[in-house]
Design a protein around this ligand. Structure first.
Ligand SMILES: Cc1cc2nc3c(=O)[nH]c(=O)nc-3n(C[C@H](O)[C@H](O)[C@H](O)COP(=O)(O)O)c2cc1C
Length: 467
């Protein structure tokens, strides 16, 4: 893979302006194969921050999901690219609603929280240049989501659920994947009926969190119920798409057990990755307060990750301690971080602030991956064609996909292939349902995102990245 981010370095920005006439864009796109045989990072409000996604990709995640973003929240943002780091921020009135980086784009699934097909499409169009797929959140049980008909409320409104997927499929270029994340319904029969309807919309993958809407995360996931779902999709319906298990996986090694027990294609991990983002590797880091935290902190500072968000993510880190004195060292690091009011107070833990080197290592590791399932295409685009930039961008993406795949799309053109995206995450107090026991209240570290409250700003045309 080429280093798209390098073109965004400060030097390239100031000394080598992109030619004005024609741009060559390198476009990557996923296939339904991309969802198979992998271990993927789950969508996690706050905990699925950009640095965590990057470390997960460095350490074995085949794909990464963004936190859920509510449709309206992203519509009112302005897209800004940091010319030094390449970080792309979608800024609301007072803060970034979402940040990403071009290096993660080939693996990035953007999760949308929505109950409205039109808003879902608008949200998807706002960020499509920076992601590879959209996922519809049909599992969030918090009242913030369900009162508005979003999240788990969609499980009992399959007409709406499917219409959102269909709208997304129709509006997005064919190589942009659409998927859904659901929970089990109380009855297996109803679950299978729902799955059949979702799959018939043409999704490229389906994730099943093996708990019902009313189960808490401390209750065991009912993975034994997934086998029938897999059989329905892959055998009875004959659909060659990944059914992704979610619930209770402890890491890449544990995922093998879950795949054997359920027949699922891939496994999605949330809380274990929140505790240790390297657990998606078969050789995860241990003693992470010594091995991971310094590098994580340096990267966060380099990427200008919000300090409160960094602090929150670090507060969730846990790992096995294997070194003599390891527990004491972990305690020291934790206490230092808790007391710190800014990055600058953590020199003792990180040493020098060489975050650029940490970023380079991540990029090197990601570029060294053997991602045969991801396609790359170059496409030329007339830069003067900016009167109506978004359609023009989408057209170029379609053109790239056509030339790269010889006409073979994930969803054949003119086929309805419903699928949803996601947006702003419920950072209200009820979002605490996602916190493990004993961690409730940690959310206070992070300013709440008031989804949809930022005044509307015009959707910003993304800067095209040339390679
Ligand atoms: C901190 C946190 C935030 C979460 N945010 C989301 C979210 O934004 N969207 C979503 O679909 N699920 C979200 N979830 C649920 C997880 O994606 C996953 O379904 C659940 O934790 C079960 O997986 P696990 O057993 O591996 O933790 C969140 C979970 C946690 C712990």
């Amino acid at each position: 893979m080429q280093s798209v981010w390098r073109t965004m370095s400060r030097r390239a920005h100031s000394e080598s302006p992109v030619p004005r006439s024609v741009k060559r864009m390198k476009i990557s796109h996923l296939t339904k194969e991309s969802y198979k045989n992998g271990v993927v990072l789950a969508p996690m409000v706050r905990s699925g921050a950009l640095p965590t996604r990057l470390f997960a990709l460095k350490h074995g995640a085949s794909l990464v999901w963004t936190p859920e973003l509510i449709d309206k929240a992203i519509l009112h943002t302005e897209r800004v690219v940091d010319p030094v780091t390449g970080v792309i921020s979608y800024n609301g009135k007072s803060r970034a609603v979402w940040t990403t980086h071009p290096i993660e784009k080939p693996y990035l699934i953007y999760q949308i929280g929505t109950a409205d097909p039109d808003l879902a499409v608008q949200a998807a169009k706002t960020v499509v240049q920076d992601v590879s797929g959209f996922d519809l959140n049909c599992g969030c049980p918090v009242p913030f989501s369900t009162k508005g008909g979003m999240g788990a409320a969609l499980l009992t409104n399959p007409d709406l659920l499917c219409s959102i997927l269909t709208a997304l499929r129709e509006a997005m270029p064919p190589e942009i994947t659409i998927s859904a994340k659901i929970r089990l319904l109380p009855s297996q029969e109803d679950t299978l009926k729902l799955v059949e309807r979702i799959v018939n919309t043409g999704v490229s993958a389906l994730t099943v969190h093996c708990r019902t809407r009313y189960m808490r995360d401390r209750e065991r996931a009912m993975i034994e119920r997934l086998k029938e779902v897999v059989e329905l999709v892959n055998v009875k319906m004959g659909k060659d798409i990944a059914v992704i298990e979610n619930g209770d996986a402890q890491g890449a090694v544990d995922a093998v057990r879950i795949r054997k027990a359920t027949g699922c294609s891939s496994v999605m991990i949330a809380r274990a990755a929140e505790a240790n983002p390297t657990c998606l590797s078969t050789t995860p880091l241990v003693d992470i307060h010594q091995t991971l935290v310094p590098s994580y902190l340096r990267l966060c500072k380099y990427l200008d990750n919000h300090w409160a968000l960094t602090k929150f993510c670090l507060s969730q880190f846990r790992s096995a301690q294997t070194q003599p004195g390891g527990k004491l060292e972990e305690k020291r690091v934790r206490e230092t971080i808790v007391k710190a009011r800014s990055y600058d107070e953590l020199v003792d833990i990180v040493g020098a602030w060489t975050g650029e080197e940490d970023m380079k290592e991540i990029i090197k590791a990601i570029e060294a991956r053997d991602d045969q399932h991801i396609r790359f295409t170059e496409v030329e685009m007339d830069e003067t064609d900016t009167a109506d930039p978004l359609p023009s961008l989408l057209a170029s993406v379609v053109a790239a996909a056509k030339s790269a795949s010889g006409g073979e799309f994930i969803t054949p053109p003119a086929t309805q292939n419903p699928h949803p995206p996601a947006s702003g995450a419920p950072l209200d107090t009820e979002g605490d349902v996602y916190r493990p026991a004993g961690m409730r209240g940690m959310r206070g570290f992070v300013p709440a995102l008031i989804a949809g409250q930022d005044p509307a700003t015009p959707t910003h045309m993304p800067t095209l990245v040339t390679v």
